[in-house]
Every structure is written in C-alpha cells, then in structure tokens.
Design a protein around this ligand. Sequence first.
Ligand code: NAP
Length: 264
Amino acid sequence: MAGERKAGWSDQVAIVTGASRGIGRAIARELAARGAAVCVNYATQKAAAERLAAEIREAGGRAIAVAADVADAEAVARLTAQATAELGPVGILVTNAGFALLATLESYDPQAMARMRAVNVDGAIHAIRAVAPGMRERGFGRIVIIASNAAIGTALPGTTFYAATKAELLILMRRFAMELGRSGITVNAVAPGWIVTERTRAGLSEDAFAARIKEMSERTMVGRTGLPQDIANAAAFLAAPQSSFLTAQVLTVDGGRMDYIGHG
Ligand code: NAP
C-alpha cells in the first residue's frame, strides 16, 4: 500500500491550523520532533507563530509560519500552496484552529454562532478540501481533526452550541474517512477534555483558576487536568505513517471524565 511505502516521518510535511499557541503549538512541536516539516498556521499572533517556527528550525527541523483565517477558503488554499512550495507535498493535516463561544438558549446570538461555526467546522472542511487532491494523487494522507469531548456529551454550562460545532466535525470525520479511505488517506479525530491553555486560563484570577483546576481534576478518573502535550501525543499517533489501518475513529483524551450526560 502507498501508506506503508512512506514509512518514515522525515519525508512528511504537516500543516497544523491554529498552531501559534495552546494545543496546536504542542502538536506542531511533536510532529516536528518526530521529523516532519511543519507549517505553523495562525490567525493573528504572528510573533508567536514565527517564534515557534524558528524554535523548530533551531532544533534542526523545517518549519514556516503562515497566516490564514481558516474560515476563508481562499486563504486556506493559499496557505496550502505556500506550504507545498516551501516545504513539499502535504501528507499530514491537523485541523486544530477553533474556539468556544459560551451561550445559553437565552443568550444565543446567531451572528456570533455563525462565526464560531465558520471557524470550527467550515475551517476544517476548507483545510481538508485544500489538501485532499494532493493526498489522493500521492495515495497517502493523515488527517486529524481536533474536536472536543463536548461533542460526545460532557455537560459544562454554556458549551451547548460549541458542542454542536464539534459534534458536526465527528460525523464529517467519518464521512470524509469513507470518501478518502481508498486513496490511502485516513481521517480521525481527537476529542480533548479540559486542557490548560491560554484559552482555558483566560479571564480567571489566580484563585479562580486554581479552583477551576481542582474542580475539573475531580471530574476525571486520573485526578488531573490535561496538558497540550497529552493531545499532541494522541494527534501524532493518529498522524503516524504506520497508522494506516486506523480510520474513522474518535480518540477521547480527557483523563476519564465522569460527567457525561446520561439518558434513558
Ligand atoms: P487557544 O489557546 O485559544 O489557541 C487557538 C489557536 O487557534 C491559536 O493558534 C489561534 O491563532 C488559532 N485560531 C483561532 N481562530 C483562528 C482562525 N479563524 N484561523 C486560524 N487560526 C485560528 O485554543 P486551544 O485551547 O489550544 O484549543 C485548540 C483546539 O482544541 C480548538 O479547536 C478547541 O476547540 C479544541 N479544544 C480545546 C480544549 C481545551 O480545554 N483547551 C478542549 C477541547 C477541545 P492566533 O493565536 O493567531 O489567534
């Protein structure tokens, strides 16, 4: 099979969307540490993205930082063209860019929700559409979608509509896996639990953050909150050239969360 022939990491080129910070940055670092060349995508934080690309190059790897709003299909096509021109044909895509807008039925704002969906869902679709033709041509691809355990039924207040965007990604993941599987392309998702990043720290005082860590740790079987590296390990496993018989799966990395919504 085409996938097995490309056994090594060192001839891989990866795009990681939303890699200037948080989970995306950890994924980009992990793929680079395994030998892949990495295109570090970002939306606004140019300096942070360039710092990461420079760090990877200084460690002997290959990396570039490229701006693109993933909600903009043309910008994503340009990003893919630049990654291909400067690093080589893209074999790995991690769609990580996304954000959570908290709302209830009462505070639902259609425009704000449309933007969240455009980034979280359309952003992944644009990126997959941009890399799929090249992957098909070469008969090899690893696509990893960063969803959330909210998509499969955790119950934090305010995350309802965010959860819906992430649930949409899971069905798309399975359908894209069906469409692309015969071309040597696997499509899988990681569903992270509560991971400490800039986003989960945002707006909290030191005390409030410590209380949040305690609360979220108690909800897990392992008794701790997650680190970006926990997600990077899972993403790299799914993106590995050797993971060619593993597709259409959700890998939940949430420390064994015990607060899923029950029914029936
Ligand atoms: P974060 O710290 O807020 O980082 C978000 C990253 O996405 C940044 O690099 C940001 O770029 C980029 N980004 C945002 N909007 C973008 C756009 N329109 N186009 C391109 N890039 C964009 O987030 P995180 O906590 O690492 O979360 C990363 C992913 O994991 C998200 O999809 C999130 O839903 C998912 N997730 C996170 C958790 C968690 O607990 N943290 C749990 C489950 C799932 P700039 O820096 O340039 O703005």
